[in-house]
Design a protein around this ligand. Sequence first.
Ligand code: GLC
Length: 477
Amino acid sequence: MKKSLAILSFLLLPAVFHLQAQENNLHHQSSSYQWPTDPQVGAKLDTWQDQKFGILIHWGLYAVPGIIESWELCSEPWIERDSTIAYEDYKKWYWGLKKDFNPVKFAPDQWAQAAKDAGMRYVVFTTKHHDGFCMFDTKQTDFKITNGPFASNPKADVAKYVFDAFRRQGFMVGAYFSKPDWHSQDFWWSKYATPDRNVNYDIRKYPWKWNRFKQFTFNQISELMHNYGSIDILWLDGGWVRPLETVTDEVRSWGAAIPAWNQEVDIPRIAAMARQVQPGLLVVDRTVAGPYENYQTPEQSVPAQALDHPWESCITLGNTWGFVPNDQYKSPAKVIHKLIEIVAKGGSLLLGVGPRPDGTVEQSEVAILKEIGSWMRVNGAAIYGTRISSICRDGETFFTQSKDGQTRYALVRLPEQTAIPKEIEWKGNLPKKGSTMKLLSTGTSIKWRIEGDKVKVSLPASFIKKGTCPALAFSFQ
Ligand code: GLC
């Protein structure tokens, strides 16, 4: 099948496919949390909680035809693909994309600059997605970016250059790594059909095969931990690869097929190795609640209440994680509104961006990121380094406070494209008598008064003249 056919088939699919896709493969939020006992992990977690806003970059073979990340390889009923092609032929076509992936414009500095300009402070990059294609120079397989048309490029070991570019901008660095690997013969063995996302052979019958997969996983993560500089987060995706004893009724209710055997890769062993090399490393074994889920990762959603343990919502800027042509992006105001809610509820926002197959981020996305950044630059004090307040919100007003509790912040989300009002009011989190309130974006003191159980804040005329603004931020004591 030709690339053009794949693109055409994508365009013909109903747009709802991507929304459906996201409901079927979403990772939920664990219902329990265990604080780390290692003080170095605790310290890093606290530093990470100060960052609040990160970028999750999905980049891999799926960018070439511009289809959903990896999932078209999987045979679950919710996945759509071109019905004129037999499944096994489709897989062959997909594996063959490695000969077309030649991102000659690969510009990690452009990505890092765009993220920095947005006010982001940490990055998570897909070193390997479920399709098994490695975006780093692993020695464990040939299915990698350093073996193909891009091999002779000086930046062929892509992950290294991504991490370096973001470190230069002062970012914390996270390696996304998919535990399932659909390209590995020790995960999807071609002796059997591959009916769903899971290992396709009975591990109880072939323990040697599964042990080999475990060692392969260990070795790949070891390479990432040893050869790619300082790493802060190991973000492990594919929560269905988990110890059988952690498959609770709640996990079953998420709806994915669950095999009868123990499909786990020994995360305790991997984490011990990884932390020897990267002291204090945060391990994020998504949805596997316990010592290796150092923060929770609800996907495309925000918890209903504020939570006092670490968590992060991962949300796409468009509709999918990877690059899909003509995707529709959220507006800067929408992203800022999400970020405000997430931070007031004690979380961080990891925003998904998928670079193009040539290695650049789309200009329209760069422009959105820039606009988010111009709000963050003047209002960031109410976001970065804050913690939850005893009251999370009153309507569209959300509250945060400095870590030492000395300064409180109110963040007021304004409806998109409506004029800035002359006066704002909120209930519940009232300033102390006689204290100074500032409008963060101008740095000026502003007038406020208490009326009953509300504070009423008057906005300066010079500021109202601006017309519109996604949100206002105030500091007070
Ligand atoms: C889900 C999807 C995966 C995506 C990830 C990002 O796990 O399966 O494709 O990479 O979410 O959060």
